[in-house]
Design a binder for this molecule. Structure first.
Ligand SMILES: C[S@@+](CC[C@H](N)C(=O)[O-])C[C@H]1O[C@@H](n2cnc3c(N)ncnc32)[C@H](O)[C@@H]1O
Ligand code: SF4
Ligand code: SF4
Length: 364
């Protein structure tokens, strides 16, 4: 038993050390965020993690996302504004920046912005649909990006392209991954992430094996739609689970958990409850958005989380520090801590933070 726990701990450590290049800084900033959770007036640093929708522009129209509907070219942050933001968040202590979108590789100045973040030692996770991965592979490697997370939702080429409304996407993403792997460097780490839905769950075991055989780590996130303010919108309702799917899903998913210990020790473990027992699930976990994490959109607005439920302020007008310390942010934190949230998101970022911290705080 102890040996099994040790092994699990090592797997976890290996996974997270890929994201956090500076463990001491991570420990310090996490501790100050925990302090803020208990004493909301004490704000010694900014959040540990920031997600940044650096553009809403996208070449796909996925069945579960409406990012392009948000795209307004003239309103998006320009290069100088992005660089100023990087300097501000670096000063606030952020350890990990996930650059997402829209499709971030569509921004021509992306590598300039990333270069600025790397100057300050921020770990970068780039989330991409992979369409431009092959074309940009050399620049990705040169930029020092720590992790590239490629979204692939099906074992089958046709099904993936159809889900994302983008012919040729699967092939392009796969070629991009191969190109990154063929250039022999120890970075970036490559992760394939998949939106678990009613159409792909039966093949998850084969899917994970397919990518594991190619030495790629797989992570999962459950399909969901919470606030109407966010880009996450499930347009094809056939992808959503019904209560009657519980037995079948549970059967398949337990097989996956059994085979891959990595999923047993992380937030993925809770997918069955997330899909089929929301009420109990919401009581079990706290949300730490606005304490440990923040989200910035393509226009410079700052939110506690990717659901964009409440805007704390805009970086076009104010500094990150002022926004993070604002009365609006303080009120949000108080409300969230006291009353919880009407939604309960379980994305990779929110789910991971909420899973580990809720469990950690139970021990304190
Ligand atoms: C919004 S995308 C932006 C980055 C990039 N365009 C991509 O697709 O990887 C970020 C992540 O959210 C996932 N996603 C999109 N809609 C979702 C939904 N309704 N539920 C869960 N995950 C979703 C995507 O698959 C992707 O992994
Ligand atoms: S999930 Fe990514 S690829 Fe799909 S529409 Fe949204 S931003 Fe574009
Ligand atoms: S549950 Fe947390 S992450 Fe989800 S919308 Fe509410 S505050 Fe944001």
């Amino acid at each position: 038993m102890a040996l099994k726990k040790m092994k699990e701990y090592k797997t976890l450590q290996k996974h997270f050390s890929r994201f956090f290049q500076n463990p001491l800084k991570f420990l310090f900033v996490s501790t100050t965020c925990i302090l803020t959770y208990f004493f909301p007036r004490i704000l010694l640093t900014g959040p540990v993690y920031i997600g940044w929708n650096i553009t809403f522009n996208c070449m796909c129209k996925c069945d579960f996302c409406k990012s392009s509907d948000f795209y307004k070219k003239d309103k998006e942050l320009n290069t100088a504004e992005c660089i100023r933001i990087i300097r501000q968040i670096a000063k606030s202590g952020v350890c990990l920046l996930s650059i997402t979108g829209g499709e971030p590789l569509l921004r021509n100045d992306l590598f300039k912005i990333i270069a600025e973040a790397k100057k300050y030692g921020i770990s970068i996770n780039l989330i991409t649909n992979g369409y431009l991965l092959e074309e940009k592979a050399e620049m990705i490697i040169k930029s020092g990006i720590d992790t590239v997370t490629v979204s692939i939702d099906s074992l089958f080429e046709k099904e993936h392209d159809l889900l994302r409304k983008c012919p040729g996407l699967f092939k392009k993403a796969k070629k991009g991954i191969e190109k990154l792997q063929n250039i022999k460097t120890n970075k970036p780490n490559i992760i394939v992430t998949s939106v678990v839905n009613k159409k792909n769950y039966k093949y998850l075991n084969k899917f994970v094996k397919y990518w594991s055989d190619k030495k790629v780590t797989v992570t999962l996130q459950p399909i969901q739609e919470n606030s109407s303010k966010s880009i996450f919108k499930v347009k094809n309702k056939d992808l959503l689970f019904l209560d009657s799917d519980k037995t079948d899903f549970n059967y398949s998913y337990q097989k996956l958990l059994k085979k891959y210990p990595f999923f047993r020790i992380g937030y993925e473990k809770e997918f069955v409850n997330f899909f089929f027992d929301k009420k109990r699930f919401r009581r079990k976990y706290k949300c730490f958005a606005g304490f440990f994490m923040a989200q910035i959109d393509a226009f410079g607005n700052v939110y506690p989380c990717p659901e964009f439920i409440e805007c704390f302020g805009t970086l076009k007008k104010e500094s990150f520090k002022n926004i993070w310390k604002s009365q609006k942010a303080y009120n949000f934190r108080n409300k969230l801590k006291k009353f919880g949230c009407e939604y309960f998101c379980w994305y990779k970022c929110t789910g991971t933070i909420n899973y580990y911290l809720t469990n950690l705080l139970k021990l304190i």
